[in-house]
Design a protein around this ligand. Structure first.
Ligand SMILES: Nc1nc2c(ncn2[C@@H]2O[C@H](COP(=O)(O)OP(=O)(O)OP(=O)(O)O)[C@@H](O)[C@H]2O)c(=O)[nH]1
Ligand SMILES: [Mg+2]
Length: 300
């Protein structure tokens, strides 16, 4: 199972290995995981040491843009005097794969070549500290297959269950993209998966809908004359394409009068513009900070 962290071997590792060319990614994984863990992500146990800082879960299908959104947010927050640090004890100390992910995070964030899909065992927790060093939130970054693998199977892996049932306050950020997937039937299945998670989470948890890759709708007249996405157009389209995902958060009666029709935040987001090179890499040009400030305000 090759993955993007394999070239991020730390110095100690490369000295121990001597000639790096003789060590394959498979060897590295074997050193890190038991056979059982390699076969089964449910066998990887997690620890959430900080129970007081809210957890933000980026929930999205494969390639929905979770990793790039996290990278973009890290760049934004670090340029606004926040600190972003991986939660090193989230996975066991013996887990060298995770150690490498943590030490390689910033290289990935500040690289203008995109990292590619998140490997199936590469889930991590990062902590955001404000300019005076107080923790604001922890963000879970995980592979989309663990949220939606294209099937109607409604199970979630152990570590997602551990996060869902932890006492931390939580914000669930549901990634949805207009026009995503092969057809409407695929979007229906993903909508079902979102609804099944909504049925499991605590009523105290907060919910944000992130209309991702909004930039792709720029040419379709979904932006206003100031260059900002017209959220109501996105909202109506997403409501049609992902049936039922807003239903649980509909206000009624007095609450509706006081707080409006829905009890969630929705934002349009774009991490950037992506161009493929002839040799198959993907170059990332950052989109405006405006999208990040929208998401950060929604999370806070
Ligand atoms: N146009 C556009 N494309 C995007 C945006 N964000 C991501 N993409 C594209 O979507 C691809 C997948 O993005 P990732 O962030 O790796 O997706 P992911 O949800 O982490 O995927 P998995 O790790 O496989 O679950 C990128 O390589 C880009 O080509 C965006 O804001 N706008
Ligand atoms: Mg990813």
């Amino acid at each position: 199972m090759a993955n993007k962290f394999d070239n991020l071997v730390d110095q100690d590792d490369s000295q121990k290995q001597g000639n790096r060319n003789t060590t394959t990614p498979q060897d590295v994984e074997k050193e890190t995981y038991t056979e059982e863990e390699l076969r089964d992500v449910n066998a990887i146990s997690v620890t959430i040491p900080d129970k007081n800082t809210p957890i933000v879960v980026f929930f999205g299908s494969p390639a929905s843009g979770k990793t790039l959104a996290l990278m973009r947010m890290i760049r934004y927050l670090e340029s606004h005097d926040h600190q972003v640090i991986p939660e090193e004890v989230f996975r066991p100390k013996t887990d060298r794969h995770y150690t490498r992910m943590c030490s390689g995070l910033k290289d990935m964030v500040y690289n203008n070549i995109t990292p590619g899909g998140t490997d199936i065992i590469s889930f991590m927790l990062v902590k955001i500290l404000n300019p005076i060093g107080q923790p604001i939130c922890q963000i879970l970054e995980a592979p989309g297959e663990h949220y939606f693998d294209g099937s109607p199977n409604l199970d979630f892996p152990t570590y997602i269950n551990a996060i869902r049932t932890s006492p931390n306050r939580k914000v669930w950020v549901f990634f949805v993209e207009q026009g995503w997937g092969d057809d409407q039937s695929e979007r229906n299945l993903y909508a079902q998966k979102i609804c099944s998670m909504q049925g499991l989470i605590s009523p105290n948890d907060k919910v944000v809908f992130l209309f991702n890759k909004a930039d792709r709708q720029r040419a379709r007249g979904q932006y206003d004359k100031n260059g900002k996405p017209r959220k109501e157009l996105f909202f109506n389209q997403i409501k049609r394409e992902y049936p039922g995902i807003f239903t649980k958060y509909q206000n009624t009666g007095l609450t509706k009068l006081l707080y409006g029709e829905y009890n969630f935040k929705a934002i349009c987001f774009s991490s950037g513009i992506f161009n493929k090179t002839n040799d198959g890499r993907e170059v990332w040009t950052l989109e405006s900070d405006w999208y990040c400030s929208e998401l950060w305000n929604a999370i806070k």
